[in-house]
Design a binder for this molecule. Structure first.
Ligand code: 6PG
Length: 229
């Protein structure tokens, strides 16, 4: 389902989008904690979320009741600067009092198959997640679910990816069903390079990002209008 206009919120620039996203996350955290005493959040990979994570450091969140998961991970050694969890720790997790045992990184250094099996067992106890943060690639991929890739059809909670078109080729991703069944899904999309994929989805292109139904989309002017930021 293409992101309908009612689900898209436009922002002047990436900074305004990051501030609004951090505020939205804080609201959803408080709601989840009031209803279920815990907020289960999956952080997105890629570079877009960095500013949102930096703003989240200063939000009034009760980190003692937050469990952190990841939408996907690259199969690189622990601590590699290209890993999604490294960005999350640098921009957010080492700056907030989240109990270390409540941060569930994907053990992607074990390779796609073993890491996906281990993470699926963990997710079996945790889903549905309260919020999954997601980005979108220029080809309409999200997490590590790429157009036409068999991982997109898997019903597994966490799926191995062996030939990702976006390096590194070896990855682990939350399965599409986990993304779809999350109570809230929030895409953060900035930059003129994302405009074409957004336009094609509005015309019905069933990219992986479009298959995460019922999501909110925070999009900046450059991505929405195709004009440089
Ligand atoms: C990854 C991400 C991926 C990312 C998009 C957008 O591991 O690469 O999970 O899905 O969110 O490719 O990336 P940018 O935010 O860097 O544009």
């Amino acid at each position: 389902m293409a992101p309908t206009c009612s689900l898209i919120e436009a922002f002047a620039d990436p900074e305004a989008l990051a501030v609004a996203a951090a505020q939205r996350i804080a609201v959803l955290a408080a709601q989840a904690q009031a209803q279920r005493d815990v907020f289960r959040l999956a952080l997105s990979g890629g570079h877009t979320p960095r500013h949102c994570y930096e703003h989240l450091r200063h939000g009034a969140l009760d980190w003692s009741r937050i469990e952190v998961y990841f939408s996907d991970e690259r199969c690189l050694p622990r601590g590699d600067s290209e890993r999604n969890d490294v960005l999350a720790y640098d921009a957010l997790l080492r700056h907030v009092p989240v109990p270390p045992a409540q941060v569930h990184v994907i053990p992607a250094e074990q390779g796609p198959a073993r890491a996906a099996e281990a993470y699926a067992r963990l997710l079996d106890l945790a889903h549905p997640l309260d919020l999954v943060l997601l980005g979108m690639g220029e080809d309409g991929h999200t997490a590590s679910l790429f157009p036409g890739h068999p991982a997109l059809r898997s019903k597994a909670l966490a799926v191995p990816v062996f030939d990702a078109p976006k390096p590194p080729v070896l990855r682990v991703s939350l399965g599409l069903d986990v993304l779809k069944t999350a109570r809230h899904k929030l895409f953060l999309v900035t930059g003129v390079e994302k405009h074409e994929a957004l336009q094609r989805m509005k015309k019905g292109a069933q990219f992986p990002a479009a298959q995460v139904t019922g999501a909110q989309w925070y999009v900046d002017r450059a991505a929405l209008l195709g004009v440089p930021g």
